[in-house]
Design a binder for this molecule. Structure first.
Ligand SMILES: [Cu+2]
Length: 151
């Protein structure tokens, strides 16, 4: 799987190299993680930051994972005093900006796991536009945000 990711990243780097003067990939992902589901739970959520290093806006309108039959973009909103989740069509990241997917806000909803999740340390996520991969990353599975700055 790591080899697949490396291949995808290399392909993206080549594409980025063709399109302009940038030396690195146009889109990178930072601080990704998936919340370890409770024992027996079939749903979880993943969080990450999408950084647009390129000169064009990127639109993310899909997500997939080999570990899950169901992956989608969600957001969380207050509705009559209650936190509710709902699907969102797409996320747009302007040039030079980042989209932050975080608990209580936009996130990746994951369901229908293809295998038991106990003991799984990493999952793979691919962000897509009209079915075309934008970027593929492996993110760690953790009970709480492994990137949190708090002690
Ligand atoms: Cu959700």
């Amino acid at each position: 799987m790591i080899r697949q990711v490396a291949t995808a990243l290399a392909a993206l780097a080549l594409l980025a190299g063709c399109s302009g003067k940038d030396t690195g990939p146009a889109v990178t992902v930072e601080r990704g993680w998936m919340r370890a589901p409770a024992p027996g739970a079939k749903m979880s959520a993943a969080y990450l930051e999408v950084v647009n290093n390129g000169g064009d806006a990127i639109v993310i309108d899909g997500v997939s994972s080999p570990q899950f039959g169901d992956a989608s973009l969600h957001t969380t909103q207050m509705n009559e005093g209650r936190m509710q989740m709902r699907p969102i069509e797409s996320l747009t990241v302007a040039p030079g900006r980042r989209a932050i997917l975080a608990p209580g806000a936009d996130h990746i909803m994951l369901g229908d796991p293809r295998a038991a999740l106990e003991g799984v340390e990493f999952i793979e996520l691919t962000l897509t536009n009209a079915g075309t991969p934008i970027v593929t990353v492996e993110v760690p599975v953790a009970r709480s945000n492994p990137w949190a700055d708090a002690p």
